[in-house]
Write a protein that binds this ligand. Structure first.
Ligand code: ASP
Length: 310
């Protein structure tokens, strides 16, 4: 048994701009982050696996209307909700991902079913929905996902060719994906990420979140990573795997590797966002190059953080 265990979560690098954040809203966001963090941490404290911990935390975030995943997912151009999710564990490099799914209450659990109950890694669209039903995933009505703010965000750009990341204010790109990374008492790490994508998206657009190596990755040799940000750039930057590679090939510590990718490499190709990462020693880093990132972390050393801005 290793002594130190830890967990970190994010609710997206697309926080409301500082000027628009009221103390009431801030309390609501922090409360939701705290409850997701503590539920995941409790799993680790009881000796549970990193995979169980990240799934537990992400489910809590998916069930909250505040974040762009699960219940809080944004509207597509057709007025539907299309969600993506991925989960990966670092010991055996097992992974599961789903994309373009609708009506599933907890996409992260479906991704986990793909990892554990299928021979595949990535299922999308109708096929993924069929698999979900065969595996008794909870299916909810479209009304479950209705939210006044999300509806308004969609109405503002409906019928146009533009699409927007969550919380977009004018041209500011904002992101609301959720994710979790954890290191358990046995020294295993895992990562999970879940998103509703971008408001008014069409053509079956898929972002980085469900793509193994882009928005989500875990490897016990290096780290577990969950990203949030401009998906197209994170895909081309293969961001999560890049952090892992810098650790593996250059021997860099997690904080240096993650900072290099978020504060240099992704900026150089025009991307913005952030990530959370953990290594097998339980060290956590949460860099972002946006105004804020909803984030929280807790370690068995007694360190706890819940923050929104820098
Ligand atoms: N990365 C996500 C996507 O492009 C968006 C986000 O992080 O909010 O779908």
């Amino acid at each position: 048994m290793q002594n130190k265990f830890s967990i970190a979560i994010h609710g997206g690098a697309g926080t409301l701009l500082k000027g628009q954040m009221t103390s009431e809203k801030e309390t609501a966001y922090k409360h939701a982050l705290d409850s997701a963090l503590e539920k995941g941490y409790a799993v680790l404290e009881a000796g549970g696996s990193a995979v169980d911990a990240v799934e537990t935390s992400v489910k809590v975030l998916e069930d909250s209307p505040l974040f762009n995943a699960g219940k809080g997912s944004v509207f597509t151009a057709e007025g539907t909700h299309e969600m993506d999710a991925a989960i990966m564990e670092g010991k055996g490099l097992q992974a599961g991902a789903v994309s373009l799914i609708t009506g599933i209450q907890n996409p992260v659990s479906l991704a986990r079913d793909v990892m554990e109950k299928s021979e595949h890694v990535f299922l999308a669209g109708d096929g993924a929905m069929k698999f979900a039903k065969e595996n008794n995933q909870t299916v909810v009505n479209p009304e479950y996902f209705y939210d006044d703010l999300r509806f308004k965000q969609w109405q503002d750009i409906k019928g146009s060719d533009s699409f927007q990341l969550d919380h977009s204010v004018k041209k500011d790109s904002k992101f609301g994906t959720v994710g979790a990374v954890a290191c358990d008492q046995h020294g295993n790490i895992a990562a999970a990420t879940s998103t509703g994508g971008m408001t008014n998206k069409k053509w079956g657009r898929v972002g980085d979140s469900p793509m193994i190596g882009a928005g989500n990755y875990a490897n016990n040799k290096t780290c577990a990573v969950s990203c949030t940000g401009s998906g197209e750039f994170f895909i081309r930057g293969v961001v999560a795997y890049d952090v892992s590679c810098l650790m593996e090939y250059k021997g860099w510590p997690i904080e240096k590797a993650a900072s290099e990718v978020i504060n240099k490499r992704i900026l150089e190709i025009g991307g913005d966002g952030g990530l959370i990462a953990v290594d097998v020693q339980g060290n956590i880093t949460m860099p972002f190059n946006t105004e804020g990132m909803y984030r929280a972390s807790k370690t068995s050393d007694g360190d706890k953080e819940i923050s929104i801005y820098k």
